[in-house]
Ligand binder design. Structure first.
Ligand code: ASP
Length: 353
């Protein structure tokens, strides 16, 4: 089902991928939705090969999470499995393939939330942990805290025996070129190419970026498992050329990530993070749902508010019945959904069902 609602500042594209068939009224046994970033993503900007590469990457991540849920695994394990694959995939702005700070570094943010007990873990500005979502989960499960930043978060990752990599692991030529153009456009100095960065030739086998790339490439997942538990997780490199230790919405719980079995709702966002923080998007979608609003209208209302403030992006959200909805005010969002009652579907452009 697809509806397009015009609001004052932007067209909100609403896409409800029901967990079951249109006739199905019962809750799906399990359900999963993912995103790989929203933005200006037009058909003309992606070659058939690039379009196929994104769809394949989304399908692979969706299947990794679905395999967990199908075998009776937890929503937390499912969102982590899906996100770790996307963190390793240079197509997305998370883990390997993350965007660069103005100083030429990759500083990664991630969060995970368990809807059953409102427990959560978040990290910001980590530089050496291969899978920031795994670190966020360790913060939730193995520390007395909910949010760690920078060197402390990296040190905790070492203590937890999480895989550490040289910072050059995250380097991709595509994101480096994106940084150089952004800095030149802003009249800011271009830093030295990072030590240990692979040469452009060494990365020649990586897919070329879409033309006119103007998108956010954060990755996220929301899941409902067969025991009725909801979870959400999000991982990102943030915004190209970010400065001064900037942290976006992803690890700010209630902004880019939220899950609550009390509200019956799980959300992961992507977009201009400052606006998602200001509008407390993820928490407000769940609060609206708990207050009786339909999940789609709750998501649309929050995205409309982001647009009114001047921001753009999108969300994926799941309700306790396993219904997945997407809402965006950009022309596209890499996304997908699958459930016990519906086959996997992936989409890129805003006008796809
Ligand atoms: N929301 C992310 C941030 O502001 C960026 C993205 O979605 O790609 O850090």
């Amino acid at each position: 089902m697809k509806t397009i609602t015009s609001v004052a500042t932007a067209a909100i594209i609403s896409l409800a991928l029901l967990a079951g068939t249109a006739e199905a009224q019962e809750r799906a046994e399990w359900s999963l939705a993912i995103h790989g970033g929203a933005g200006v993503i037009e058909r003309a900007d992606l070659s058939p090969e690039q379009d196929a590469a994104y769809r394949a990457a989304l399908s692979t991540a969706l299947e990794a999470g679905a395999a967990v849920l199908r075998s009776g695994g937890s929503a937390l394990d499912a969102v982590q499995a899906a996100i770790q694959l996307m963190e390793d995939d240079p197509l997305f702005n998370a883990g390997r393939g993350a965007v660069f700070t103005a100083a030429g570094a990759n500083e990664l943010d991630a969060a995970v939330m368990d809807g059953t007990d409102l427990n959560l873990g978040a990290v910001a500005g980590v530089t050496r942990t291969r899978h920031p979502v795994a670190l966020a989960r360790a913060v939730m499960e193995q520390s007395p805290h909910v949010m760690l930043i920078g060197q402390g978060a990296d040190a905790f990752a070492v203590e937890q025996n999480l895989e550490q990599v040289d910072p050059s692991w995250f380097f991709t030529e595509r994101r480096w070129r994106g940084l150089v153009s952004a800095l030149e456009a802003q009249g800011l100095p271009v830093p030295e190419r990072p030590a240990g960065a692979p040469s452009a030739e060494a990365q020649a086998n990586l897919p070329a970026p879409p033309l006119n790339e103007r998108k956010f490439g954060t990755v996220g997942a929301v899941a409902l498992d067969s025991e009725g538990r909801l979870a959400a997780a999000t991982s990102t490199g943030g915004m190209t050329a970010k400065r001064w230790g900037r942290v976006g919405d992803v690890p700010v719980i209630g902004a880019g990530t939220y899950a609550s079995n009390i509200d019956g709702c799980a959300v992961s966002a992507t977009g201009s993070g400052e606006y998602f923080i200001r509008a407390t998007v993820a928490r407000d979608i769940c609060a609206r749902t708990a207050g009786g609003a339909g999940l789609q209208s709750a998501a649309d209302a929050e995205i409309a508010q982001v647009g009114e403030l001047g921001g753009d992006g999108g969300v994926i959200a799941l309700d306790i019945e396993g219904n997945a909805v997407f809402s965006l005010n950009t022309s596209g969002m890499y996304r997908g959904a699958v459930s016990s009652a519906a086959e996997a579907r992936v989409a890129i452009y805003g006008d796809e069902d």
